[in-house]
Design a binder for this molecule. Sequence first.
Ligand code: GTP
Ligand code: MG
Length: 503
Amino acid sequence: MDIEEDIRSLQLDSAEETNGSVTPEDVKPEEVDKSEHMDEDPKPEVQAEPIDVEPKAKEKEIPPTQDEDDEAEMMKKRHLNVVFIGHVDAGKSTTGGQILFLSGQVDERTIQKYEKEAKDKSRESWYMAYIMDTNEEERVKGKTVEVGRAHFETETTRFTILDAPGHKSYVPNMISGASQADIGVLVISARKGEFETGYERGGQTREHVQLAKTLGVAKLLVVVNKMDEPTVEWSKERYDEIESKMTPFLKQSGYNVKKDVIFLPISGLVGTNMKTRVDKKICPWWNGPCLFEALDAVEVPERDPKGPFRMPIIDKFKDMGTVVMGKVESGTVREGDSLLVMPNKAQVKVVAIYIDEDKVKRAGPGENLRIRLSGVEEDDISSGFVLSSVANSIPAVTEFVAQLAILELLDNAIFTAGYKAVLHIHSVVEECEIIELLHQIDPKTRKPMKKKVLFVKNGANVVCRIQVNSMICIEKFSDFPQLGRFTLRSEGKTVAVGKVTAL
Ligand code: GTP
Ligand code: MG
């Protein structure tokens, strides 16, 4: 049985109305209403000031308060979170670094410094990646470990780049990056042998695509990178080969390739076809957009600014009070608001809101925020908690029902009641146990099968009851897709992807 076929049959894509494969059972009336309504809504507005490269999330600091009064000036551009994904060494950090360089945020002197540092570490070509890879371990090994964060702007959009690690040991970090993203840039190396390794079973090109889809990354820009490389030399044949191999796989993973995916060739290292289109002398056959144009043009369904407030907490720290970090998935937050920290129901007040470097009075869905709260101690908050409106607060549960696609069990184990794994859902990471298999889904009809099942194997699609030890805050997939899709992992491998169907 084809595993990918089953992932598709899970229909995790139903949140993206633009995707042609929505099934009636997945489209609830309220979702349709929301999307129509959202189309009319103005894009979230933002400040158009250049922003510096932000330190990684782990180096937390709140910048000094800036002028708060020109908030009316703010929010002119929309904001998008873009996660860079793909196999190890595909060139994600290099491309991310090049974007920052091309958008004028890193000066020549810094680049020269990085060139020297990279040379000293015998990693000459790695200097561009150093813009994103900021810690010593990453620079020495030439591998991203923690998700790097940076900001840049195009004509229409303010972007937050999330540079995920490609190495398979750091997939949990990649999941955390992708769960914050609206769109993905899938970086693929065109270099001889490298595309092949990434695309093999067990390669992270595949795993990342499947995870990204599950985690709600609605659109993908597939950048075929390293086109400058001596084994490639901007070969149309190589580019076409990669596109034609990737296309069916992307379809199987649930992406509508016509609507949700754009392919383009680049060289992240040289910076070709990135800010401006590639010169015809270098690549006579490319007539499509450059990366900045493509990013500018990506359309994603807006989240509901009027919905109940939901912000999963990714991190927290002490700084003149308690500060929480996260991305708003629904609703709007204003200074002075009373909110709940769920699941422990702590009543809090919003003291200050920061978008990137700027203090703002309010912020809408899609924004990455730091919020200073009063009424709660930092110790009483964990990542995975959710900042929620008081009315219509987020459900807190220890058990839920979900539909799962079993991807790959370790050593071909069987999946049955008692199976234990690690649940990743928005910013939650929790041990979980399968309590009961309710029914299997027929892969052909996609309807529940009548016969009671006691176990299933790789490739199966099954509805089951899942239990966690401590309370977690989640939503039904049909109500809030971003808070209702998840992955199950075991011993460092993704074993299943799923969606919450009942609480
Ligand atoms: P991980 O973070 O470990 O997953 O890797 P990554 O995808 O961030 O790759 P990184 O940017 O660290 O680049 C890996 C290697 O590929 C470095 O030696 C880069 O110089 C090289 N590289 C990246 N982009 C290009 C490119 O466009 N052309 C060429 N020739 N080499 C590139
Ligand atoms: Mg990297």
